[in-house]
Design a protein around this ligand. Structure first.
Ligand code: 3PG
Length: 210
């Protein structure tokens, strides 16, 4: 377990949080090492496939220098399972009060998702200051994130959803954005086909974005 890793620390690990959907846990360690070789120190394994928890476990034990997190954590049970597998942090596309309250009692950082000002306020009430903003492009993109800085100057975001390498710098230029999430660094088809050179090149480019 990392010593008191905070949500802000998680979002400062890389300008781009690689959002990963993994079909086969056997690829996980190679993927983690490839991202590290490209300068990306973290990976979000989404709990969207049966292989996800095994992938987290494999990275946590065989590539411990990679800070592995769990994404698409929808329930308190998902969070428990992710922690048991070795996840160092967790994210959700949204956040029920049940999940957000349960996560406050856990030792790892949890970053809930928001799409509206009211959801930010609900999260704030429960003690959260860092949020995933999802789906960022569909919600209005850079101008939407910029507008949220007015009422919420101390809140920090990880906008995610249809962000591209071309669009990422616009988000990263905002003071209230610590990183963006994106699947383009390690898309499922490149993992499946073992395109490690392509993933490493995309990671290197993403790591240099800020
Ligand atoms: C997600 O699926 O969590 C995000 O939308 C990241 O995927 P994208 O970069 O393909 O939108």
């Amino acid at each position: 377990m990392s010593e008191a890793l905070q949500p802000e620390d998680v979002l400062r690990l890389s300008p781009v949080m690689p959002v990963v959907v993994i079909d086969d846990a056997a690829h996980a360690v190679q993927l983690a090492r490839t991202l590290l070789a490209g300068g990306v120190k973290t990976i979000e394994i989404t709990l969207r496939t049966p292989a996800a928890l095994d992938a987290i476990r494999a990275i946590a034990t065989e590539a411990p220098e990679m800070i592995v997190g769990a994404g698409t954590v929808l329930t308190a049970d998902d969070l428990d399972a992710a922690i048991a597998a070795g996840a160092r942090y967790a994210l959700s596309p949204g956040g029920t009060s049940k999940l957000m309250k349960a996560a406050r009692k856990q030792d790892i950082p949890f970053i809930p998702g928001v799409a509206t000002a009211s959801e930010v306020q609900r999260g704030l009430q429960l003690g959260y200051r860092c949020f995933k903003l999802f789906p960022a492009e569909q919600l209005g993109g850079v101008s939407a994130v910029k507008a949220l800085a007015g009422p919420f100057p101390s809140i920090r975001f990880c906008p995610t959803g249809s962000i591209t390498p071309e669009k990422a710098p616009g988000y990263l230029a905002l003071d209230n954005v610590l990183c963006v999430g994106g699947s383009w660094i390690a898309p499922a088809d490149k993992i499946r086909s073992g395109d490690w050179a392509g993933i490493e090149a995309a990671a290197r480019q993403a790591a240099a974005l800020r």
